[in-house]
Each structure stands twice: as structure tokens, then as C-alpha cells.
Design a protein around this ligand. Structure first.
Ligand SMILES: [Fe+2]
Length: 133
């Protein structure tokens, strides 16, 4: 059975927390001048999967602001790809990680908050069923 909009919204919220932890951990490694490769690959992969999931939810529920949201995902994906082209020990890499963290936060606070509000309104504001044991 397909997940209801509220369940999708809860899952997206949880994914945002994971994405935030990944970018924070990456920034911490940069600050400590440690190897960032594994975490960078994980962040890029996770973000792609997360964006794909949001895009499927938008398509499934005919989200009216999908075009603008997809454009923002494309922009963020380009920033993620650009990170992989930069010398890891460079100031440009460190600055780009900081900039991307800020861009992701802004995306979550604005575009994603609107999407989650839409999904929750679609569900009539009801909470997801509690998991029984
Ligand atoms: Fe998004």
C-alpha cells in the first residue's frame, strides 16, 4: 500500500535530520583537516536519494510548486557535484561546505517546509497511526 501524505512528511523530516548530521559531520572533518572522502560520498548519495523521494511525493500528490522546488534541487545537486571537484584541503572546499550547509538549511526551512505543509494539509492534518507492538 502506498504511504499516506502524513507518513511521507514524517519520513522526509527524518531524512532532513540525517542530511543535516552528514553535512555537520563533514564540516567537522574539514575543520579538523581529516579525510572527508567517505562522508562526502555518503552526503552526495544520501542527498540524491532524498531529493528523488521528495520529487516522487511531489509528482504523486500534484504539488503545485513542484517546478520551483525541482529547480532548487538541481541547483543544490550541482553544488554537491561541485564539491567533489574541489581539492579537499583547499580553502575553496571548506568555504563550499559551509555554503552548502547554509543552502541546505535554507532549502529545508523554506521550500521543504512548504512541501511538508502541503502534504500534511493533503492528509487533513491528521497524525500518522502509532506503531503498535
Ligand atoms: Fe527539497
Amino acid at each position: 500500500m502506498a504511504p499516506v501524505p502524513t507518513e511521507i512528511a514524517v519520513a522526509i523530516d527524518e531524512e532532513h535530520l540525517i542530511q543535516e548530521r552528514l553535512i555537520r559531520a563533514l564540516a567537522a572533518l574539514v575543520g579538523e583537516q581529516r579525510d572527508t572522502e567517505e562522508l562526502l560520498v555518503a552526503l552526495v548519495r544520501y542527498s540524491r536519494r532524498h531529493f528523488d523521494g521528495e520529487e516522487r511525493a511531489m509528482a504523486r500528490h500534484a504539488y503545485p510548486a513542484a517546478e520551483q522546488h525541482l529547480a532548487e534541487h538541481r541547483r543544490l545537486s550541482l553544488e554537491l557535484d561541485r564539491l567533489r571537484t574541489l581539492e579537499r584541503s583547499s580553502g575553496a572546499f571548506a568555504a563550499s561546505v559551509t555554503q552548502l550547509a547554509s543552502a541546505l538549511r535554507s532549502h529545508v526551512d523554506h521550500d521543504d517546509a512548504q512541501l511538508l505543509g502541503f502534504l500534511r494539509r493533503m492528509a487533513g492534518g491528521s497524525s500518522p497511526k502509532p506503531v503498535s507492538d
